[in-house]
Design a protein around this ligand. Sequence first.
Ligand SMILES: *[C@@H]1O[C@H](CO)[C@@H](O)[C@H](O)[C@H]1NC(C)=O
Ligand SMILES: *[C@@H]1O[C@H](CO)[C@@H](O)[C@H](O)[C@H]1NC(C)=O
Ligand SMILES: CC(=O)N[C@H]1CO[C@H](CO)[C@@H](O)[C@@H]1O
Length: 277
Amino acid sequence: MNSLSLFAFLCVISAHSITISANFAAYPPIPGVNAKEGCPLRGGGGDALTPLRREVYDNGKIFDISHRYAPELPVWESSEGLGQDFLWLTTSIKNGSRANNSEFKLGAHTGTHVDAPGHFYDNYYDAGFDVDSLDLKLLNGLALLVDTPRDKNITAEVMKSLNIPKGVRRVLFRTSNTDRRLMFKKEFDTSYVGFKEDGAKWLIQNTDIKLVGIDYLSAAAYDHSVQSHLAFLESREIILVEGLKLDDVPAGVYSLSCLPLRLVHSEASPIRCILIT
Ligand SMILES: *[C@@H]1O[C@H](CO)[C@@H](O)[C@H](O)[C@H]1NC(C)=O
Ligand SMILES: *[C@@H]1O[C@H](CO)[C@@H](O)[C@H](O)[C@H]1NC(C)=O
Ligand SMILES: CC(=O)N[C@H]1CO[C@H](CO)[C@@H](O)[C@@H]1O
């Protein structure tokens, strides 16, 4: 028996005892507590001191669609990317402290993030329409991942051609930004694909979409940055999730879960999003 199958064997044993104690002790039976889930891989590391970093969990059951915060992450209108200095240790074990303690500093629109209505409307900003006021019911629920025509920005014509059925409330738009791996290039690229003003207006007038996800730093095309944001955010009903990582995820319907930080007074927040099949 190699060490991996021994480990799996021990997992089965301990999972059995979890089920048994769940039935007889203070806890009600916990659905889904089985050998696999009841025995986490000790932080994913196994015996080698190497963390497991994943994009996909459980053979495609969960897709992580947020980008990592790392120095190469592109930043709006910067050629330098996020750089090394956004995260640092304030006390460290190497310097004699009992623990490592880090601090970080990020623009609120860095990486995979969400926009609140206060982003482009100062009256909404003053009135407190911040990321803490965003509707978690909209940020979590059934979502459609669609591919847009690769040679175009998202115009009214493109929106029309996508034929997104009425009733669909959450759509993640995968564009050529994903093919071009723009979120993996530290130099900000203005030629990314996003919504033109007429595309944004068409979506608002002709669909029930209230959550718009996109695969680069802005839902709006660069040359319509202001116009498209104004259109999307005016009603305060539409949430923009930007900078999503949609690589290697089949198009289709998923259960989307997105959780922003409760940053009071902030018009944006980093957001962790996953798709569950
Ligand atoms: C460790 O101490 C050195 C020397 O005082 C200092 O330059 C460095 O910034 C410290 N680093 C951390 C992570 O505390
Ligand atoms: C999308 O619009 C940007 C300007 O905002 C432009 O640079 C880019 O070439 C356009 N992309 C396509 C595929 O038309
Ligand atoms: C456990 C842990 O996070 N250790 C880190 C403590 O800080 C040093 C740098 O001073 C890192 O190298 C360790 O990985």
